[in-house]
Design a protein around this ligand. Sequence first.
Ligand code: 5AD
Ligand code: SF4
Length: 460
Amino acid sequence: MAKTPQKLHIKTFGCQMNAYDSERMAEALAGHGYAPTDDPAEADLVILNTCHIREKAAEKVYSELGRVRTLKQARKARGLDTMIAVAGCVAQAEGSEILDRAQVVDLVVGPQSYHELPSLLGRVRDGKERVVATDFPAEDKFLSLPDRPVSRAQPSAFITVQEGCDKFCTFCVVPYTRGAEYSRPVAAILAEAERLARSGAREITLLGQNVNAYCGEGPDGRDWSLAKLLKRLAGVPEIERLRYTTSHPRDMDDDLIALHGDEPKLMPYLHLPFQAGSDRILHAMNRKHTAGDYAELVGRIRAARPDIALSTDIIVGFPGETGADFEDTLALVRRIGFARAFSFKYSARPGTPAASLPHQVPDKIARERLHILQSLLEDEARAFDAATVGRKLKVLFERQGRKPGQIAGRSPYLQAVHGDGPKDLIGQIVDVDIVSAGPNSLTGVIKSEFEWREPVQAAV
Ligand code: 5AD
Ligand code: SF4
């Protein structure tokens, strides 16, 4: 029989939604006697929460499982049992194949079945069966997951409000791994946000694969848009900052754009992938927008909120991409000017339409293009950061910095900022004079009232 409390180690790959899911899994299992551990060698249960978005995802999971098998054997020599679960998008995509290829795995669980984890693990333990749970159940998993504990929210917290994707970009696995678009009801999101706010969260980032397609049931029985949801959340006094990610250009409606101008709690930063700058490639990607549409949209967003910083995702080497197509991507980057960007070499994902397109771009060319694009993006990012030197920015401090006496947080534009300051400022939004910009973060001098109020209080 297993001892209690059991130790749980979750290793997370991929996006913020996976990070959120890992937290929720840990919370769900906490109620069943599992306490988290950072040390996999101490874990009675190891969960790999996997990502399938790009290259060799499944291969990475199998090599990770090789390491886990060694751990399991070492624990067995100490007389300890270890359960191994594979969760996330590779679990969803590969299903029972994982059990066939990796004998060490006890459970394969897709993202829509996390609320069933305790009972699935029970089946594994009691029946000694190996279990695969990758159906898309009809019920809302979030309603069945336990409420989040109120004790320990991060200053900057995440809430998944929407999951799945109906857009079917031809390169992307998400519609297959995360399923159809689904939006959580407003009341559930609001309750979660209020709980997080009460336990210390000052910033909430709403997550969704297509977050701005959010269309959830409101308390009035009507469907609420993301703009309406954000407006409601802005009414929670403890929540001082709101963000959302990831958005699709086609779902940036007028209300959402206007909200960027009207709602000071909505941060002036927007992640808006465009993927490619050539209309021919955009068409082949099934993006249903042109480069011109994107630039026009950004113009409208900037008209509403002139200081907004943009970030984006870009793919190079999509099948059929010519040198001229790639130049169009560079041209769009120059035209918009990004504060930050994530760029990727196209990777053929099994089962997606683009994987079987002719004219796959040779790897060497795709690499060269990625290199050129990344150096342009890096220049833009540095220019953006350099332009904030000399400004005073409001920073939400989230943690201690690397050096003693330092604290670190984020500017409204999501730049990492660090400076010397007391730990008490963690969890607060403070005025900071930005004095220099390094490659990964800004350095600031903290200028809060707090700083000079302290000696006054001490003198009383
Ligand atoms: N190849 C390369 N990049 C991809 N992305 C999604 N699918 C692929 C793929 N097959 C990128 C897109 C997306 C980001 C999350 O990952 O740019 O916006
Ligand atoms: Fe990876 Fe996409 Fe799945 Fe997130 S949703 S884990 S990015 S495949």
